[in-house]
Design a protein around this ligand. Structure first.
Ligand code: COI
Length: 366
């Protein structure tokens, strides 16, 4: 794959080293951004053109830009990791590129090639690689979180696919997504709100899905929970996913199950990687429907020994309890989540170059 050529407009006001170092010491999640952003424009007539890396800063959009009214928008989440020798790598970017195209098709946006998707990340990192934090130890999950996104920028209030579109990549140094790191999180079960319906956009990574999850996420916070779990829209029975991550269930007999992919579930790259790593670990991965009754009954009987959430931002985070309107669902015994911890260590060791990349999942950026 040859890298598309990105013109460089360097920032005249990059952060001073001391400012950047202070940010990298405690970046939180999604609060600080690097000096540049990558950009590619698309028009119906000219296709993708104008590849550039330019200073990070506000966009100029007409108030009638279609994205502001009809939410014709998609995004991705992917990270850059610094290895001990100083090199910078990313994880399975072709999976994100492929998902970005799937999302684009569903939102009637133009498809971006692997070359432009991965090329835009490489071009941005060529400028901003000093923003990739160095992990303090093997438990440190600091990284540079990359957010590619595509918006309908055409000035037009008619409802039809936009004929002018912009694609950007911004980058944000990140620590653990949940404040407690790998401390188990409490999850709220939304009994009223639904995230996605058959035929809808649930499988696409579009802003609208996340907007639709926010009222339920607020309900979760009001109940002291860090995330919300959604059930299916048709039967209100089957576990789908959390507001921004997939779910796994670990059973006493070595099975590890996650809801099978449907058009209402986002195909997580971490989800897919966990399925492979679990097999490598001698566990028996299962992709199948999992009901809320199974969760309740298997937790009570002790068959279910761990539940964890996973995603690019969340990595692998144990779920301590599911809070529902009928009371909490807790595991019969707290075993300290050894499977979640083992898989998390395997994944992080791979991503940070501490373990051999036997699956060929890493791509060097710098
Ligand atoms: C990611 O894991 O990359 C996401 O997009 C989820 C979001 C809640 C940060």
């Amino acid at each position: 794959m040859s890298t598309a050529s990105f013109a460089l407009l360097p920032s005249t006001t990059p952060a001073a080293d001391v400012v950047r170092d202070n940010i990298l010491a405690a970046p939180g999640f999604g609060q600080y951004f690097t000096d540049h952003m990558a950009h590619v424009r698309w028009t119906l007539d000219a296709g993708w053109h104008g590849h550039e890396v330019r200073p990070y800063g506000p966009l100029t959009l007409d108030p009638a830009a279609a994205v502001l009214h009809y939410a014709q928008e998609i995004f991705e989440g992917i990270k850059a990791y610094r290895h001990a020798d100083g090199s910078v790598w990313t994880f399975r970017p072709e999976k994100n590129a492929e998902r970005f195209r799937r999302s684009a098709r569903r939102l009637a946006l133009p498809e971006l090639s692997d070359e432009d998707f991965i090329g835009s990340i490489k071009a941005l990192l060529a400028q901003d690689h000093t923003w990739v934090p160095t992990p303090k130890d093997a438990a440190d999950e600091c990284s540079l979180y990359l957010r590619p996104f595509m918006i309908a920028s055409e000035t037009f209030l008619g409802v039809r696919p936009a004929r002018e579109v912009d694609y950007y990549v911004i980058a944000s140094p990140a620590a653990a997504y949940f404040k407690g790191g790998i401390e188990p999180v409490s999850i709220w079960l939304s009994s009223h709100y639904k995230r996605a319906a058959p035929g809808g956009t649930g499988f696409a990574k579009c802003g609208g899905n996340y907007a639709a999850s926010l009222a339920a996420q607020k309900e979760a916070s009001d109940h002291g929970c860090g995330q919300v779990a959604f059930l299916d829209a048709a039967e209100n029975k089957w576990i789908e996913e959390l507001g921004g991550m997939n779910l796994f269930f670990v059973f006493k007999d070595g099975r590890i199950a996650t809801p099978r992919l449907t058009d209402t579930i986002l195909e997580g790259v971490t989800r897919d990687s966990v399925l492979t790593l679990a097999q490598d670990e001698g566990l028996t991965p299962e992709e199948r429907p999992i009901s809320i009754d199974e969760w309740r009954e298997a937790a009570a009987s002790g068959e279910l020994t761990e539940v964890f959430a996973c995603g690019t931002a969340a990595v692998i985070t144990p779920v301590g309890e599911l809070v529902t309107e009928e009371g909490p669902i807790r595991l019969k015994a707290d075993n300290g989540n050894p499977v979640a911890k083992r898989l998390r260590t395997k994944l992080l060791d791979l991503q940070y170059g501490r373990a051999e990349d036997t699956h060929g999942w890493l791509t060097r950026l710098v």
